[in-house]
Design a protein around this ligand. Sequence first.
Ligand code: ADP
Ligand code: MG
Length: 224
Amino acid sequence: MSDSARVISASSLVKRYQSGDGYLEALKGVDLDIGRGEFLAVMGPSGSGKSTLLNVLGLLDDPSSGTVELDGEDVTTLSDREKTTARKRTIGFVFQNFYLIPTLTAVENVEVPALLDRDSETRERAISLLERVGLGDRLDHKPSELSGGQKQRVAIARSLINEPRLLLADEPTGNLDRATGRQVLDEFTRITDEGVAVVAVTHDPQVPEFTDRTIRIVDGELER
Ligand code: ADP
Ligand code: MG
């Protein structure tokens, strides 16, 4: 993959967690390049290191060794503050449990990641993102008034508010029935068509139908 085609590149990622007297190696030297607009699924059994990998790629957690490059820049050496800036500029997140704020409406939830640098366009952008995910008629609904699939689409709209180049999703269809899961996966496909890379870690066997590439992680190692 050429440098310009890569949005994120991980080399020799190792992640160790303290465990009793010793340690547990959750990632054992993972190499992974993800291209612009690529839809990648990471599958593998429970406990194999999928969430750990996603958290390290998303700069939410530091690797014990190895590097992560975002747009060709090594971000593992940045300060926490610089990492936060890089994350906000580049990466959006979607989780299994949606993590919407129950007291806010759909449109307010979508605005949350942009609140600190809120400008007059934030509301317009939040509305247009909700329209784009098919929720233009649910702007003022609270999460409790939305179905699971609608909540996940609000979370996807929220993940896009800062115009990321990479969207990281941890079990994005894990709480959805099959048909609703497919709607969410269709949404990811549309997003990658616009040049945003999507990495989804999942158990869901229907996800590979939608992706450009599916890899498996077993016991902290990518299967070759
Ligand atoms: P997956 O998402 O594939 O189910 P995880 O990445 O959550 O797997 O976990 C990989 C391994 O690392 C598991 O053995 C898990 O128990 C362990 N682990 C994950 N997070 C921590 C942590 N914060 N502290 C200690 N061990 C952890
Ligand atoms: Mg997990």
